[in-house]
Design a protein around this ligand. Structure first.
Ligand SMILES: Nc1ncnc2c1ncn2[C@@H]1O[C@H](COP(=O)(O)OP(=O)(O)O)[C@@H](O)[C@H]1O
Ligand SMILES: [Mg+2]
Length: 321
């Protein structure tokens, strides 16, 4: 086995899939996925459990064959050129895996050797990745004695030993406490500064939104959104739900609400209304003014903050196209 990296056939395109699909029996786990990740992107891969994230990442790392369609990594097809793809990719599975009765340094050495690195080279690289993941003083510590956060960092260190160009990380922050999560995030930012391309999955949108420049949202094997984080926020952010109760003139109130451009939907239950508004929280007050000016006395007017997570739920419920 060789440790030399293949020339990048398509240096600017880290991932390109074309109708990538995977079935398990009758279950269509990934359906006609078309995604593009450019070199240097930190792309979040977001979707609820069972959405098809792991299946997709496994196909990109050659561990699972597509049922149909294709995927390329820097121009190399995962089926036609698996050796090249494997050399360019660092895949971190969602579970730690075996080899638990080793110390951290042995564990890394095992993988570095598997990539054909010579002993002296391995020592240097293992020192570097331990330093990067802040595990230098854990080199002789058994893996089982490491905290979950440290194990996750060690798992990341492992996928770095062969200096991959593309990191495929499957829920690296799941099950971590907030502090360990911040450490992982800082580490990923550092890796991005080292010009690695990162494709990272999570079922929590807000966990990734701050560190990614792009996101792909997937549900039931289908892409619901793919684009920049800015475009996602634009699509999601300015929505707010207001609970309104009027003292009288409910019919008139309904008319006013329906005539208001920013009102996206109105649900009425006698004198009470649930109004979805395209506005942020501070801007919602204009609607109260408008109703009062139309001669409608208000008993209550309660804007509910539109959390990004709620918006994500709207997307994954298919209510936002
Ligand atoms: N080896 C398998 N055999 C059968 N079904 C599978 C297999 N792997 C995954 N699935 C199913 O495919 C769907 C997608 O799973 P997965 O890719 O693991 O989703 P995610 O990682 O987004 O939670 C799920 O319904 C899951 O049960
Ligand atoms: Mg998964």
């Amino acid at each position: 086995m060789t440790s030399s990296k293949p020339r990048l056939m398509d240096p600017e395109t880290a991932v390109k899939t074309n109708s990538l699909s995977r079935k398990f029996g009758d279950l269509h786990a990934v359906k006609s996925l078309d995604i593009t990740i450019e070199r240097g992107d930190i792309c979040g891969f977001i979707g609820p459990n069972g959405a098809g994230k792991t299946t997709t990442l496994k196909m990109l790392s050659t561990l699972l064959k597509p049922s149909s369609g294709s995927a390329k990594v820097f121009g190399y097809n995962v089926e036609a050129n698996p050796a090249e793809v494997r050399r360019l990719v660092g895949y971190m599975p969602d579970q730690f895996g075996l080899y638990r009765d080793m110390v951290a340094g042995e564990y890394l050495d095992f993988f570095a050797a598997a990539y054909g690195l010579a002993s002296a080279e391995r020592r240097t690289i293992i020192g570097d990745v331990l330093e990067l993941t802040d595990l230098k003083d854990k080199k002789e510590v058994p893996i089982t004695a490491l905290s979950r956060g440290m194990q996750q960092r060690l798992s990341l260190a492992r996928v770095l030993v062969h200096d991959p160009e593309l990191l495929l990380l499957d829920e690296p922050a799941s099950g971590l406490d907030p502090r360990a999560r911040i450490e992982i995030r800082a580490l990923l930012t550092e890796l991005s500064n080292m010009e690695k391309t990162i494709f990272i999955s999570s079922h929590i949108l807000t966990e990734l939104a701050q560190m990614c420049n792009k996101v792909v949202i997937i549900e039931q094997g289908e892409v619901l959104f793919a684009g920049t984080v800015e475009a996602l926020y634009e699509k999601l952010a300015p929505q707010i739900v207001v609970q309104i109760q009027v003292k009288e003139n409910a019919d008139r109130a309904e008319e006013v609400l329906k005539q208001t451009a920013q009102v996206e939907s109105t649900e009425r239950d006698e004198d009470s209304f649930t109004v979805t508004l395209v506005a942020d929280e501070e801007d919602a007050a204009f609607l109260a003014t408008r109703l009062i000016e139309a001669g409608i006395p208000l008993l209550s007017f309660t804007p509910e903050k539109a959390h990004l997570e709620d918006a994500f739920m709207r997307i994954t419920e298919g209510k936002v196209s």
